[in-house]
Structure formats: C-alpha cells, structure tokens
Design a protein around this ligand. Structure first.
Ligand code: XBP
Ligand code: MG
Length: 261
C-alpha cells in the first residue's frame, strides 16, 4: 500500500497556539480564580514538557508548594474556564495555521488521502481552531479527530495515535504523523508511525531522533521551508504529497519497515 493517511498533531503543528493563546488563556483563568502566579513565556516553555493543561497545572503546583493548594476538582474547574478563554481567543481570529498546512490539507483531500488528528488538547479547542482557520466545515476536513482525555495516557504515550489509527482502521505502515515536539514524536513513533517534525520556537533543540525529517515549517512555494535535521539538511523545500511520499518510501526501503521509538 502506498502512503495514504496523514495524522496531524494540533498545538505547534497545525498552528502556533501555545505562547499567545494557551498560555494567555491559562493566565486569564488564573487571575479570575484569584491565583497569585502568572506563567511567563519561559516558565510556560518549561512546563510544556508536561502534556495536558490540567496535568501541567498540577505539576506546576507540586513544584511550587508556596502557592495555594488546589484539589483536582479546583483544577478541573479552572481548566474548563481556561478552555472557554482559549476558544474566545481563537474565535477572535488571533491564531493562523502555520505555513503550508492549509495547502497540504487541500492536496491530501484532493488526492483522496485520509486525514486524522491526534492531540492532547481539549476537543473544544480543536473545533474552534479548525472553524476559525478552515471555515464552518473545518472539522469535516478530517476523517477522525482524537483529542484530550479520550485516552488514559497523554503523549508521549502512544495511546492517542493508537486510538486514531483504530478509528481510521489504518495500518501505521500506510500512515505518516506530523508533529512539532519531542513528546509528540515519541508518541507517534511508539504507535509505529513514521513522523515528520515541524519545530517551533518552544520545541527547537529538543531530541528529534527517529524523525524522517525535521523542518522549520512546511513551507509555501514563494517562501520554502528548510530541512534542519535529516537527509538534505539545509535544503529549501515546500513540503507536498510528493515529498512526504518520497521520505516515507525512503524509510520503508531501509532495513526495517517500522520506525523505532
Ligand atoms: C499540546 C498540549 C496541550 C495544550 C493545552 O498538545 O499539551 O495540553 O498545551 O491544551 P498537542 P489543554 O501538541 O498534542 O496538541 O489545556 O486543553 O490540555
Ligand atoms: Mg504539539
């Protein structure tokens, strides 16, 4: 079977949502809840290693016992408000898709490829992002969206990718994952998926060993991306179906057909 399915991460991959949308929404929710701390850009970057907003807040509080203690119910309540605030930010049009994303989605749909989403973030956030960037029918671009607490273990565990593969009735050998972070890459590799990484300011410098290629973004014809790790490092490229197919075939031609996590 040729490559026929792409599974996208959301935060950092479809759009650069973390610094100016998720982080800002968290801080607004903290202020509304009367919490006396703020996540600056650097602090948020460190805690991004904990996937999932509720889990991230719990870890931060565990590391900072000087702040007020919160029950799991308190965290869930603050996080629900954070989701509403995030959705408001996204609905205001403040977040755009990363370069090349809409172009690649269009090309994949036109070629009859299957499209999935495997993300740690809350389903409401995905819906808002897809509608604000791709239009009212944005969610329908994807054949299946797997998001948030639907699986027991968040990335870097393979659960969300395994779940999406099952929902799409897809063999990982026929699919490719697109990710932006080491946690996401580990998750996709552990589910048996070859993976292309488009790094962000927050994930640059992470360990992307095992990725087919690492790029600064997917690129557009008039503003190509650059391969920053992997074969042809330094080369400008506008990532389309042909490039993904070639990188995937190259990996399949290598001694093992399955990536190693
Ligand atoms: C990113 C995450 C999410 C978001 C916040 O995941 O780890 O937790 O930072 O979203 P991915 P929530 O890159 O897999 O999309 O607050 O809704 O968890
Ligand atoms: Mg991500």
């Amino acid at each position: 079977m040729p490559l026929n399915t792409l599974i996208f991460d959301v935060d950092g991959t479809l759009a650069d949502t973390e610094r100016d949308a998720h982080r800002v929404a968290f801080n607004r929710a903290f202020a509304e809840a009367g919490l006396n701390f703020v996540w600056d850009v650097e602090t948020y970057g460190r805690y991004l290693k904990v996937t999932g907003g509720k889990e991230r807040l719990r870890r931060f509080l565990d590391d900072h016992p000087q702040h007020q203690r919160l029950s799991d119910a308190d965290i869930a309540r603050i996080h629900r408000r954070k989701t509403d605030l995030y959705v408001e930010i996204v609905q205001s049009g403040a977040v755009a898709l990363r370069p090349g994303v809409a172009r690649l989605l269009r090309a994949a749909r036109a070629a009859g490829w299957r499209l999935g989403i495997a993300t740690t973030t809350t389903p409401d956030n995905v819906e808002a992002l897809l509608r604000s960037t791709l239009g009212e029918e944005g969610e329908r671009v994807f054949h299946y969206i797997g998001a948030g607490d639907i699986v027991p273990h968040k990335k870097p565990a393979p659960d969300i990718y395994t779940h999406v593969l099952q929902a799409l009735a897809a063999d990982p050998a026929d699919c490719l994952a697109l990710e932006d972070s080491e946690n996401g890459l580990r998750s996709a590799l552990a589910a048996g998926l070859h993976t292309v990484v488009t790094q962000t300011d927050y994930t640059r410098g992470q360990d992307f060993s095992g990725a087919l290629r690492v790029l600064d973004h997917l690129g557009e014809p008039e503003a190509p991306a650059r391969i920053v790790e992997g074969k042809d490092c330094g080369k400008p490229v506008c990532v389309g179906l042909e490039e993904l197919q070639a990188w995937w075939e190259e990996a399949h031609a290598a001694k093992s057909t399955r990536p190693s996590a």
